[in-house]
Design a protein around this ligand. Structure first.
Ligand code: HEC
Length: 192
């Protein structure tokens, strides 16, 4: 690098320091107190209420489309037909194995609600490039994995409503933790 670095970005940080560990100069003053726009917030606000799918985005994808996404972006780590690859074991089968000593953890055997699959893939996969899939791609690859697990038909199309309706075999396999929330009272003097 070196030489002339005259261009400056809007933030005042010189452009052109493109090395892998380029030192970013500090901004001349802190930027506290700037309101966040709804659009900026939307990128972070990706919670889904998994039992009923509230918060699932618009979009749709079929099993066939999901197979294409899978083969382009997932197969290298998860193997052909999601039966296990160099980075992770099978994502298919194991249904009913939770009551045995040889549990096989897959989305089909473990997840109580199908929207968990969407949420997990959208946040975390592909592991080397998380959050790069479109909503349509996540619906499609979710449909594909559900089909491989025998939970939806080969011509299924998933969207917000239909994903939430898929009945997962392990739906009732979890105990509800209904203990009351802890009540923490603020106390600065003579506390109990
Ligand atoms: C670079 C390797 C890599 C790629 C590419 C990748 N994954 Fe994964 N995936 C992993 C690893 C490793 C885990 C286990 C993570 C953990 O347990 O914390 C995982 C876990 C998962 C799980 C959870 C499995 C379970 O049994 O609960 C799902 C679902 C999944 N991946 C889907 C996908 C999909 C869909 C794609 C493609 C869009 C993809 N992955 C691409 C490495 C990868």
């Amino acid at each position: 690098m070196g030489g002339s670095m005259t261009a400056k970005s809007a933030s005042g940080i010189p452009l052109g320091s493109t090395g892998p560990h380029a030192v970013q100069p500090l901004p001349d003053k802190p930027r506290f107190g700037q309101p966040m726009s709804e659009a900026d917030l939307a990128a972070w606000n990706i919670d889904i209420r998994t039992p009923d799918g509230r918060g699932l985005p618009a979009g749709r994808g079929s099993v066939a489309e999901g197979r294409k996404v899978y083969e382009a972006k997932c197969v290298a780590c998860h193997g052909a037909d999601a039966k296990g690859g160099p980075m992770y074991g099978t994502m298919v089968g194991g249904i009913g194995s939770f009551t045995t000593n040889t549990r096989v953890l897959t989305p089909g055997s473990m997840y109580p609600y199908a929207p968990i699959l969407f949420d997990y893939i959208r946040r975390a996969m592909p592991m080397d490039r998380p959050q790069t899939l479109s909503a349509d791609e996540v619906y499609a690859v979710s449909a594909y994995l559900l089909n491989l697990n025998g939970l939806v038909s080969a011509d299924a199309v998933m969207d917000a409503a239909r994903l939430a309706q898929v009945q997962m075999p392990n739906r009732n396999g979890f105990l509800l933790d209904d203990r009351p929330d802890t009540r923490a009272q603020r106390c600065m003097t003579s506390c109990k």
